[in-house]
Design a protein around this ligand. Structure first.
Ligand SMILES: *Cc1c(COP(=O)(O)O)cnc(C)c1O
Length: 464
């Protein structure tokens, strides 16, 4: 299994290189040369595996030259940090299935991928006797999950940019209270997109990228997408044991990362196992407009919402899906992405039918988000975080005759303010969050200025 770029301008590379590379050298994103598929008999053999065992089987299909024993050990280590024996338990609430992806150390679904990625990075760096400077932008959850994934590791420094004042207070504290010497938090004046643009610029400077061995943790990293494919298969198998042959998923989406993992899982499994992927956005709805109208265009500024981790206009993983829309023709992807960079718009109306085949989309308002949290609290004594509520609301709207698995992407206490507003009662803090306010914290507040941030990184980076 080799990896290629969505823009078609690199020679195929191995899995370990793909993990370490993040963004491809031609500015595209990495994908497997061909997507593997699991025949029905093989799926049968996976039927009763625990999460870790299933992760090994799924990852092994994509991990090329990596020894299976090593992979197994990394997976064991990654998921031993989770507070639930099933890692991502699925429970039925009302007529929906909620898959809880928030039992990792930072209580958001990003731990599922980043606990693994931290271990993968360390493994590769030990092998090559190398070093790495991770640079990433976060709208909140990626940052803390990435920091927890690599804190205290010797061969890695990590620089995380977050939009100052636009994450939830707890999200900011989860990042800034990690004071390990290899962790650098930068609070940037501006939006997530501003921070993300700076990170992209740094990665596009190939000389800088090489000198400092830049590593990516944002959801453009292939290993992150891959780690997320696992729980779609896990949930499907769980429902199949209950007699369902075909399921839908509802996914609250920002960067198109999590739902793209669902798309890969859908291709991986035999036809029909995953019926529909419901793409749920908040009022930052570029992806919903794309699915419903074929219009992929930036409309105004990012609007702050109760679900800040989805306050995104430019979905960085969308390019991966675009590659399949274009029949795996990298030059067409390149042309479209260049048009988008220049004009803020891509006319994809040609692909409306295909998109409607792959996804159903719904944008959820702020009011609906709170009402959904309130309804679940009142009727089912189950607390949804606002991101999860967006997915649940979209599922209620678009539900067909198949069971829907809603991805619960964060613990409600991470977004306690919004939850309290909806339910009129306080959310109890789990132990991982309760002590944060009293902890020492460290953070640099800076303008969203490429030159300034570049200089800061140069001053604090690991060097060969
Ligand atoms: C990151 C995040 C999302 C969106 O995930 P994408 O991969 O960007 O689509 C949704 N909910 C929460 C809680 C998140 O942290």
């Amino acid at each position: 299994m080799k990896y290629i770029s969505t823009r078609g301008r690199i020679e195929p590379i191995e899995f370990d290189q793909a993990v370490m590379m993040g963004l491809a050298r031609d500015g595209g994103l990495l994908l497997p040369e061909t997507l593997p598929s699991v025949p029905a008999q093989k799926l049968e053999a996976w039927q009763n595996l625990q999460y870790q065992g299933l992760a090994l089987e799924v990852l092994d299909l994509f991990s090329g030259n990596m020894p299976r024993n090593d992979l197994e050990e990394l997976i064991e280590r990654a998921y031993s940090s989770f507070h639930h024996p099933q890692v991502t338990p699925v429970r039925k609430v009302d007529d929906l299935y909620i898959m809880e992806l928030f039992h990792g150390p930072t209580l958001a679904f990003k731990d599922v991928a980043l606990q693994l990625l931290g271990n993968l990075f360390e493994y590769e760096l030990n092998k090559s006797n190398g070093f790495m400077n991770i640079i990433g932008a976060t709208s909140g959850d990626t940052g803390s999950a990435a920091i927890y994934g690599v804190r205290g590791r010797k061969r890695i420094n990590i620089f995380i940019l977050h939009p100052h004042g636009r994450t939830s207070p707890i999200q900011a504290l989860q990042m800034t209270t990690v004071t390990d010497a290899n962790v650098f938090n930068l609070a940037v004046h501006g939006t997530f997109d501003d921070a993300q643009a700076i990170v992209k610029e740094l990665f596009n400077d190939l000389e800088f990228k090489d000198q400092y061995q830049l590593g990516a943790i944002n959801s453009i990293n292939w290993a992150r997408v891959l780690a997320q494919v696992v729980y779609y298969v896990f949930a499907f198998l769980k429902l199949r044991r209950q007699g369902f042959e075909s399921v839908d998923f509802s996914v609250p989406t920002g960067n198109f990362g999590d739902i793209f993992a669902g798309y890969v899982a859908k291709q991986l499994l035999p036809e029909g196992c995953i019926n529909r992927l419901i793409l749920a956005t908040n009022s930052n709805d570029i992806l919903t407009r794309f699915v419903n109208n074929g219009d992929y265009s930036i409309a105004g500024d990012v609007t702050p919402t109760y679900s800040p981790s989805m306050d995104i206009q430019i979905a960085s993983n969308f390019e991966r899906y675009l590659y399949y829309l274009h029949g795996q023709d990298g030059s067409k992807v390149k042309a479209d992405m260049e048009t988008f960079a220049a004009t803020g718009r891509m006319d994809l109306s040609l692909f409306k039918e295909q998109a409607a085949c792959d996804f159903a989309a719904h944008a959820v308002s702020e009011q609906e988000t709170l009402a959904t949290i309130q309804q679940y609290d009142k009727d089912h004594a189950y607390l949804l975080d606002p991101h999860t509520a967006v997915g649940v609301r979209a599922a209620q709207e678009l539900k067909g005759d198949r069971p829907v698995v809603c991805l619960a992407t964060a613990h409600p206490a991470k977004f306690g303010e919004a939850v309290q507003k909806a339910t009129a009662h306080a959310v109890e803090l789990p132990p991982a969050l309760a002590g944060l306010v009293d902890k020492e914290s460290r953070c640099e507040i800076m303008d969203a200025d490429l030159a300034l941030i570049r200089e800061y990184v140069e001053k604090n980076a690991l060097e060969g």
